[in-house]
Ligand binder design. Structure first.
Ligand code: UTP
Length: 288
């Protein structure tokens, strides 16, 4: 099996759950602690060994391309004012990975978004990272890449989710590590397990052929989950369990909580934030 060097980041969705913040600013560019959400996932892909990042974008997402490009005026200004540290931060963004942008003309579902990356990805295994999904610690993708490189099979991330919230996710029936079946957004009573598929995947190229063969699924969209079911039946798919902090930052509450958890681990912000939070809890009388 070839080493996994390409990561696909679907970022062409409309972000309706995150309105009004996402009206003029792509939700992928909304700040998590000190950098845009999408920078966290690009850094995660690079840490897992990816050297090429394919971003699937649509209209109004130009800021994403600018963030990972050179910025000559800004760099000249930082150089002139001797701000070497900030200059390094800005330059490093353009050197993180080879960034390729592809357009999804209209948001026709996550499966469709992955499919439009096919001409760039080619006939190789690749990772998919949904920029909404934040994992802490973020070593999950590295483990998944190692799993697929060793087994030659696709690997999907799963996590136990208790209660009716499971019906907002793709849900997997699993035997040991092997995925037997997956269903997109089942009714709570019909869910095959409490194991939700989350936004990290490592696929063999078989996913593209599967995407060509599925019809429009739940919500009338081309569902990635339906293609995963075909690959699970025909080639085999493994599940990688995750048990740490997981946030769907496409909704306001999770976005706020992910900011707090990630900031508490930040080298300079973490300590002072913990003191401020403890003070806030005391002042508002929230302590139990
Ligand atoms: P979501 O459904 O969470 O994102 O898709 P969304 O559609 O932007 O958000 P809401 O539901 O309207 O609030 C998961 C990921 O897949 C991408 C999204 O950008 C997000 O990163 N996506 C989704 C696409 O790139 N294209 C699509 O057609 C759908």
């Amino acid at each position: 099996m070839a080493a996994i060097r390409t990561a696909v980041i679907p970022a062409a969705g409309l972000g309706t759950r995150f309105l009004p913040a996402s009206k003029a600013v792509p939700k992928e560019m909304v700040t998590l602690v000190d950098r845009p959400a999408i920078q966290w996932v690009v850094e995660e892909a690079v840490a897992a060994g990816c050297t090429r990042v394919v971003m699937v974008v649509g209209r109004g997402k130009e800021a994403i391309a600018d963030h990972f490009d050179r910025a000559p005026e800004l760099e000249a200004s930082l150089t002139a004012s001797g701000k070497q540290g900030l200059l390094d931060v800005v330059r490093r963004l353009a050197e993180l990975a080879e960034v390729v942008l592809v357009r999804q003309g209209e948001p026709r579902g996550l499966g469709h978004a992955v499919g439009v990356a096919r001409p760039v990805v080619g006939d190789e295994p690749f990772a998919v990272l949904l920029p909404d999904d934040v994992f802490h610690p973020s070593t999950l993708l590295t483990e998944m890449v190692a799993s697929t490189e060793a087994s030659g099979r696709s690997t999907v991330a799963v996590m136990r989710i208790a209660g009716p919230e499971i019906s907002t996710k793709g849900v997997a029936a699993v035997d040991g590590r092997r995925v037997l079946d997956v269903v997109e957004k089942p009714a709570f009573e019909d869910a095959p397990s409490d194991l939700a598929l989350l936004g990290r995947y490592v696929f063999t190229p078989a996913i593209f052929d599967a995407l060509d063969r599925i019809g429009h699924g739940a919500l009338g969209e081309l569902q990635l989950t339906d293609a995963i079911r075909l690959v699970a039946q025909e080639e085999g798919v493994d599940a990688q369990a995750f048990e740490g902090g997981y946030f769907d930052t496409g909704n306001h509450l999770d976005w706020l909580c992910s900011n707090v958890e990630l900031a508490l681990g930040h080298p300079t912000i973490g300590g002072p934030l913990a003191v401020r939070l403890a003070d806030l809890v005391r002042r508002l009388g929230l302590a139990r």
